[in-house]
Every structure is written in structure tokens, then in C-alpha cells.
Design a protein around this ligand. Structure first.
Ligand code: ADP
Length: 271
């Protein structure tokens, strides 16, 4: 009928729109549920991880009270309390960093990031630890490269890689941080001559709170969050992080981010 035609026409147009809407809603719900699951897991892990140093500090304080007439023992316990407190504060700081990363849209305040600056700050952050182990951290490669993103987060990602390279290397070794262009991306690599990572662990080390050997790494103050921060920053900036490693010889981590072609700093800085 003449009257029916336009109705069919309208229906035909509404149907796909409606199903797209339903699909979008279902996808939204699934995403919401997944985000909620991840959040719940994270909270459970966080409470577990926080309990370890807090419990240790509690036990050490009891041990100190009992050993009050043995100054050597008191000194030893006090030293360990210091180590556990440092671990606790690093843990809290990284948990805050990671949850901030998960909550914010990292590219909200995106700006051109000069890698020279980010790498310099990242290396500076490890200078005390590297100095204590007589580890030389050298920076090389191509200058004046830029990426587009959140400067604090890019710096934090590189800082985590450098800090790991220093932590998992023997005294007197070398860490090399270098940059180069690969296609349309920039690659920042951090190469160490450290203990390396067994092949079977390579894809697990990016998981939150995962440590290859928690007991052995207790002394390094590791939290198991550093690489998940790096992975998160890489993903939100449209890049990736990769690792190659040979146990006993060293590891190479690369962070690849899309290159930003801004004006060169010299032109920018001149009036
Ligand atoms: P952590 O705070 O324990 O260093 P990360 O998430 O940064 O946590 O790293 C996870 C684990 O991966 C570390 O506990 C360590 O076992 C291993 N790892 C990371 N970087 C290196 C490296 N450069 N050399 C050897 N092992 C490493």
C-alpha cells in the first residue's frame, strides 16, 4: 500500500541504528564490568602487597623491644626497618602513579615532549643508586627527537626502565640509554649487562606486582609495578614496550612511541 511504504522505509532505517545502539550498550557494559574486575583485583593485590612490609615493620619493632640490651641486634633490626619503610613508601608512590594513570586520560594534556629532557630527568632520578654501585649510565643516539604526549608519564616510563637496569646489574657495569628513529616512531632503548631474565618469565614481568624472584629481589626494594607502569604509558601513547634478555649477560628494553614532528627546539627557543 502507499501508506505502508514510508513506514517500511522508516523501519528499515531505524533498525540498524537501534541494533548499533544495543550493541554499543552491550559493549559498554562488558567494558564496565571488565574495568570493575580489574579494579577489584588491583585493590586485592594492593592490600596483600601493603601487608607484607607493614607486617615486617611490626615484627621488627617487637624484636627491637625484646633485644633492648643487645645494641648490635637493635642496630641490625633498625637497619631492616629502614629498608622495609623505603619499600613501603616506594610501593605507595607507585600505586598512586599507576592508579592515576588508569584514571586519567593521559593525553588530556598532551604536548610535544622532547626526549632529550625526558631521558635526562629519568637518568638523574637513578644517579644516587647508580653511583652507589659505580654503574655508569651513558646516554647516546639521535638528539632532538620528540613524541606527543604526557611529559611526566614518558619520563616516568623511561625512569622505571633505567632504575631496573641499575637495580638488576652488578656493581661496575654499564647501562646505555639510546634513541633512534624507526619508521615513523622513535625507539628508546635501555641496555644493561645485568642478571637478565629467564625466557619463561619474559611475558609475565609486565604484569602488576610480578617479580621474577621476590625473595632475591627483596633487597632491591622492587615492587613489581615499574614495568606495568611502562606498559600502560606505552599503550596510552600508541606505542609498545619490548624486551630481549639473556640470563647472566643482560637485558634490553625498548620503548617505541610515535614520533612527533614539531619545530626544532633551537627555532622554538629563539624569538
Ligand atoms: P620491580 O619493582 O620488582 O623492579 P618491575 O615491574 O619493574 O618491578 O619488574 C618486574 C620484574 O622484572 C622485576 O622484579 C625483575 O625480576 C624483572 N626485571 C625488570 N627489569 C629487569 C632488568 N633490567 N634486568 C633483570 N630483571 C629485570
Amino acid at each position: 500500500t502507499r501508506a505502508g511504504a514510508p513506514v517500511r522505509h522508516v523501519t528499515a532505517r531505524v533498525a540498524p541504528l537501534g541494533s548499533r545502539l544495543v550493541l554499543a550498550l552491550v559493549e559498554d557494559r562488558t567494558r564496565e564490568r571488565r574495568v570493575e574486575e580489574v579494579r577489584r583485583d588491583f585493590v586485592a593485590n594492593v592490600s596483600h602487597e601493603l601487608k607484607t612490609p607493614v607486617g615486617a615493620i611490626r615484627l621488627l619493632s617487637e624484636a627491637m623491644l625484646e633485644a633492648a640490651d643487645d645494641p648490635e641486634a637493635v642496630k641490625r633490626f633498625a637497619h631492616r626497618m629502614g629498608t622495609e619503610s623505603d619499600r613501603l613508601s616506594k610501593l605507595v608512590q607507585q600505586i598512586i602513579e599507576l592508579s592515576r594513570l588508569q584514571a586519567d586520560d593521559p593525553l588530556d594534556a598532551a604536548v610535544p615532549v622532547h626526549l632529550d629532557d625526558a631521558i635526562r630527568s629519568a637518568v638523574d632520578a637513578s644517579v644516587i643508586d647508580a653511583g652507589a654501585k659505580r654503574i655508569a649510565v651513558t646516554v647516546g643516539g639521535q638528539d632532538d627527537l620528540q613524541v606527543f604526549g604526557n611529559e611526566k608519564q614518558v619520563t616516568a616510563a623511561v625512569a622505571n626502565l633505567v632504575s631496573n637496569a641499575v637495580s638488576y646489574s652488578d656493581p661496575g657495569s654499564t647501562v646505555l640509554v639510546s634513541t633512534r628513529v624507526v619508521d615513523t616512531s622513535v625507539e628508546i632503548s635501555v641496555v644493561d649487562q645485568g642478571i637478565g631474565i629467564p625466557a619463561g618469565e619474559l611475558d609475565r614481568i609486565f604484569e602488576r606486582f610480578y617479580r621474577v624472584d621476590p625473595a632475591r629481589h627483596r633487597s632491591t626494594g622492587g615492587t613489581g609495578l615499574g614495568l606495568s607502569i611502562v606498559k600502560h604509558v606505552a599503550a596510552t601513547h600508541g606505542g609498545e614496550v619490548r624486551v630481549w634478555s639473556e640470563p647472566g649477560h643482560g637485558s634490553t628494553f625498548t620503548l617505541t612511541l610515535p614520533q612527533h614532528f614539531g619545530s626544532e627546539r633551537k627555532q622554538e627557543d629563539s624569538p
